[in-house]
Design a protein around this ligand. Structure first.
Ligand code: GRF
Length: 201
């Protein structure tokens, strides 16, 4: 299945997807970043994947940015759009257009800790468990139907950094697996619920 991947930063999730692309039947058509200095762009170039940079600061409105983003995505006619550390809030029009085929990874056990600084917030809240969620993207920030989660135990002396490292290891394992379910046609969104093999998740 053809896919486009959106990033904003280091792209370690992108790397794990690139490394597993063949196995998970994903044909990565392009990587798009809203940040010119995102290290993920280099990872894509090293893998001979076309890249685009769309600097959001050069757009006067969110709508204008999303429209341009959409134009780039549509050139590739992807069956899946993967948000792998893409740190932009998307307009309702954009999320609606790609509803059911856009997936995001979020470093918390949703619905806990939507938004930023999830690791520190989990520590501050005294959580004994933390983790990662993969969900369909809707216009509600980090609020779409949850597809899969991996749990990570919070250790006594954890800092946001140490915790994020262990969560990231789980992210790299979980995301390719979920993408594979989607490319195999086993995963879909129905009535705002994630369905895997005909079963509601
Ligand atoms: C990951 O923790 C992801 O869950 C979050 O942003 C981080 C991106 O890391 N949305 P990377 O760019 O994939 O290394």
């Amino acid at each position: 299945m053809k896919g486009v991947i959106l990033i904003s930063g280091s792209g370690s999730n992108l790397q794990s997807i690139i490394d597993n692309a063949e196995e998970i039947d994903l044909d990565i058509q392009a990587v798009i970043s809203n940040k010119e200095d995102a290290y993920g762009l280099k990872r894509a170039q090293d893998a001979n994947i076309p890249t685009h940079t769309l600097n959001h600061t050069q757009f006067s409105t969110r709508e204008a940015f999303d429209q341009q983003l959409s134009q780039i995505i549509d050139q590739y006619n992807p069956g899946i759009i993967i948000l792998a550390g893409f740190m932009r809030i998307l307009t309702a029009e954009f999320t609606q257009k790609y509803l059911g085929k856009m997936l995001n990874i979020h470093p918390s056990l949703l619905p806990k800790f939507t938004g930023l600084n999830t690791h520190q917030r989990a520590l501050d809240a005294g959580e004994s468990e933390h983790g990662v969620s993969i969900h369909f993207v809707t216009d509600e920030l980090d609020g779409g139907a949850i597809i899969a989660q991996s749990h990570v135990q919070v250790l006594k002396n954890d800092t946001a950094k140490s915790l994020s490292k262990r969560v990231l290891i789980e992210e790299h394992k979980l995301f390719p697996k979920v993408i594979h379910c989607f490319t195999q046609g086993r995963l879909s969104l129905k009535d705002n619920r994630a369905i895997l093999d005909g079963q509601c998740l």
